[in-house]
Design a protein around this ligand. Structure first.
Ligand code: FAD
Length: 413
């Protein structure tokens, strides 16, 4: 029986693992070198994306590749140092884009996105922050008439998976978002998506809820995970933490402490940036928009209008590559009456496995060492269910969905 756990990483995934384990009666210590929710989980677009049942490495990627190679498209920036140093990850990522993978991946992603809004709603109510949730959907927008066909194709695909959406023309778009400039002839409204104001604050509130339920939070830099007589020891700069089980939820850093144990989960990152723009007087946005042709999300946040960039395939710790977010800033002003930039440019790194599914389960050959990372573009969306799957498996209970598609064994023997 598992009596104690140390959870490494207090991003949305780690905090949700810690919470779910605590609810099952486990004594949990949550360790992070920063305050909860200050890294990747801080800077995202805050979308609870129930409709994210495809990944960017789907079959349509092959048609776009030529356009991405010259690093002129806003959706992707390819850092050649990464291509040269980790060609294996990129090749596997492309291989996973083949058409035969679409149905299984959509089913797996559907299983972890379907309940996102209800899970976050319940958590936000319990954490005392229900007002940070906006159940107003998301709006995808195209800048040319050709977008109508794409919007309809996406509507049909989503409908086949039980997700309702509505194709809009210029007039329909301006009826629901009157402050947008009339540059979008086609749109797709997805009402079952939702969003939050300030994802970092949401994670902070979830962490306080965990503490209220008796969880322990330690601010410490983890240096090593080692097996000991009773289970696992996490060595940090502030001392050792021992527990029956250890859960690695270190987001983009998850591979670092696993390598010394001989575990290579094939984790890499898709970096991304955000900036905040000040809306002009009286201008507001009721829901996050995604501008398909300029490849950015724009969402209203406590700090201003947050714009987030596409994928920067540079090494995790390489210096900023600002081409995309500079382009996004210009494109956002074409779409919305937004003025000056407020605050600093932020950079984060989406933790991604080559098949764009998270890794959730016990590490091969290491009983009691649990893995919960790789939630790629939808970690905020899928944090709560990831935590519940981990907690159920750790405690020998039935998980809320089939965990097999997320098994660590798909990349490690
Ligand atoms: C630009 C951008 C936009 C995004 N938009 C969305 C969106 O709209 N919706 C959505 O669902 N997802 C979105 N995402 C993805 C989402 O943000 C991530 O999938 C998610 O935040 C990952 O959470 P995590 O808990 O795994 O990682 P993190 O939040 O990074 O947490 C990992 C934690 O581990 C800690 N840590 C690391 N190393 C150590 C160590 N050695 N010792 C102690 N602590 C350590 C870090 O301090 C950090 O707190 C976006 C991502 C980006 C970059």
């Amino acid at each position: 029986m598992t009596r104690s756990a140390v959870v490494l990483g207090a991003g949305v995934v780690g905090v949700c693992c810690a919470l779910a384990l605590r609810r099952r009666g486990v004594a949990v210590t949550l360790v992070d070198r920063r305050e909860p929710g200050r890294e990747t989980s801080y800077g995202n677009a805050g979308v609870l994306s129930r409709s994210s049942i495809t990944s960017i490495n789907g079959p349509s990627l092959f048609g776009k590749l030529a356009g991405y190679l010259g690093n002129r498209h806003p959706a992707v920036n390819i850092g050649w140092r990464r291509v040269l140093t980790r060609p294996g990850w990129l090749l596997r990522f492309l291989w996973e884009a083949r058409p035969s993978q679409v149905a299984a991946r959509a089913a797996a992603l559907d299983s972890i996105t379907a309940s996102t809004v209800e899970r976050h709603r319940a958590l936000m109510e319990e954490a005392g922050i229900p007002d940070l949730l906006r159940e107003t959907g998301t709006l995808k927008l195209w800048r040319s008439e050709a977008g109508h066909a794409q919007a309809k194709a996406e509507r049909d695909f989503l409908q086949a998976h039980g997700v309702a959406s509505r194709v809009l023309d210029r007039q329909g778009i301006s009826e629901i978002e009157p402050c947008l400039k009339p540059i979008f002839p086609a749109g797709l409204l997805i009402p079952s998506n939702a969003s939050v104001d300030s994802p970092g604050d949401v994670v902070g509130a979830y962490a306080r809820l965990f503490a209220r339920l008796g969880g322990r939070i330690e601010r410490a830099d983890a240096k090593a995970i080692v097996r000991n007589a009773g289970g696992w020891r996490v060595a940090t700069d502030r001392g050792d933490f021992d527990a029956d089980v250890a859960v690695v939820a270190l987001g983009p850093w998850s591979g670092d402490l696993l390598k010394p144990l001989g575990l290579d989960p094939k984790l890499d990152v898709e970096r991304g940036y955000h900036r905040h723009l000040k809306p002009e007087a009286g201008a507001s946005l009721s829901r996050p928009i995604y501008d398909v042709d300029a490849a950015y999300f724009m969402a209203s946040m406590a700090q201003g209008l947050r714009v987030t960039s596409g994928v920067d395939l540079s090494p995790r710790d390489a210096p900023d590559a600002l081409r995309q977010i500079d382009g996004v800033t210009r494109a956002a002003r074409e779409a919305f009456p937004a003025g000056e930039v407020v605050g600093e440019t932020w950079r984060g790194a989406r933790p991604t496995l080559p098949d764009s599914l998270p890794m959730i389960g016990e590490a091969p050959r290491n009983p009691g060492l649990w893995l919960a990372f790789g939630n790629q573009h939808i970690g905020f969306t899928t944090g709560p269910i990831t935590g519940e799957i981990v907690a159920a498996l750790v405690c020998g209970a039935a998980p809320p969905v089939d965990p097999e598609p997320f098994s660590p064994r798909r990349f490690m023997a």
